[in-house]
Design a protein around this ligand. Sequence first.
Ligand SMILES: Nc1nc2c(c(=O)[nH]1)N[C@H]1C(S)=C(S)[C@@H](COP(=O)(O)O)O[C@H]1N2
Ligand SMILES: [Mo]
Length: 509
Amino acid sequence: MTRRLLHAWFGVLATIVGVAAGHLVASLTEPAASPVLAVGSTVIDLTPTPLKEWAIAHFGTNDKTVLVGSVLVGVLLLAAVAGLLTLRRFAYGAGLLVVLVAVAGAAALSRPTAGFADLVPSIAAAVTGVAALAWLVRAAPDRTPDRTPAEDPGTGTGRRGLLVASGALAAAAVVMGGAGRWITSYRTRPENVDLPAAADPAPVFPAGLDDKVPGITAFRTRNGDFYRVDTRLTLPIVSLGGWSLTIDGDVDREVSFSFDDLLAMDLIERDITLTCVSNDIGGRYVGAARWLGVPLKDLLDRAGIGNTKADQILSTDVDGMTISTPLDLATDGRDAMIAVGMNGEALPQEHGFPARMVVPGLYGFVSATKWITRMTLTTYAEKDAYWTQRDWATDAPIKLSSRIDTPKPLSTIDAGRTVIGGVAWAQHEGGVAKVEVRIDGGGWEEARLGPSAGQDYWRQWYLPWSAEKGQHTLAVRAVDGRKEEQTAARATPFPDGSSGIQSIVVTVS
Ligand SMILES: Nc1nc2c(c(=O)[nH]1)N[C@H]1C(S)=C(S)[C@@H](COP(=O)(O)O)O[C@H]1N2
Ligand SMILES: [Mo]
């Protein structure tokens, strides 16, 4: 290995060790302050909306892995440069490492709820990284030709010393990184919560078409399969004892509720389909669950909103992330709630434990605040929520849409009798009244609908099909309970949700 390559590697290894140390320390304090994650989160917040859309569309739920990976690759390239700089002078290389970590520290501090404690992981990363770099550089064989390492024990300790140093540091990185991961997942593990029964339960859940139509989306989405969309790279650590939900702003009186306060109120249980505004036509960012929660109205009544001039509920999560919800829609009689349960369990950490907002008929980015801690009654003129600052719509009802689940786009299926099937949703617009399928540009044929679980819930549908050999184009559209037809006009997710008709191509052989 050339000397340059060797030193570049020193920079990389030292940085990995530093990052791992920072991750470990962060796992004990605030996981989001871990250097690479802090930089990643800042990148998310700074990413222009079109690029974010593109990333969500192309990497899907993996967009965060891709993001953290890219940040890491960028950091390691700079780390290699830092290693090379040590050939000139150790202080230059160490200096670059410190600058890198300072960027991470600044990123950690820029989070809305950050305190100076959030600098600790970065400081740990800097100290460990520089120490590791020093060890490696000292252990490097001295290339001055007329001296052997034995004659110059102060600097080069020879090949063996270098191998020991590299091996020890690599092992330390793996152990620290692994321990950090484990501690974080331990601290964000689901808590055991006994949820009371609903005072106002949902009707018996009808059996869907799950067993009848192979390949169709389950009528109820299991918690583990539910799509997840949020701006976080780590899960927040929320202790039930320390958590509360406050209602403030333009209200008669500020009120706060502990988790037990919420459970002591009358709970409703409702079947509601959630949809993300980033869901493209035919996309997977939609899920349906049975939610248990306190009616939003009951909470707002405790605060008193009879005289309010507010037009939005600005909700805040444990980290200061904000979501705005139009007050008139949230209080128009629909089953808006602060949910504490999802499909018979406490909310999973990914989906907002201990409590989140759910408002039927509104896209998640203007209604479904996870890890909620505050609802401030205010006006759009006065305060902007996270996505409002990024030019997304504030008034965003979910658009009527339908999706083909089976057959899969571009798949090859056997000729003969088969079934085309999928789901359609028209939350709070009377539900789905009709679904139609078009085969190869022919007429629209009416599909059969699965059972209804209420107008806020999606509906499964299917159409038997005698598939003949060749290539076929299948399209689907829905009509809602108000006789509104799904539009063929294409719209991108930005700024208020996609529209258009899904059309797929399959090969029958
Ligand atoms: N605190 C917080 N709540 C949030 C978000 C977020 O980024 N942070 N994302 C919202 C968006 S865009 C959607 S679509 C839903 C998704 O909820 P889910 O992840 O439980 O499916 O959560 C909403 N609530
Ligand atoms: Mo979303």
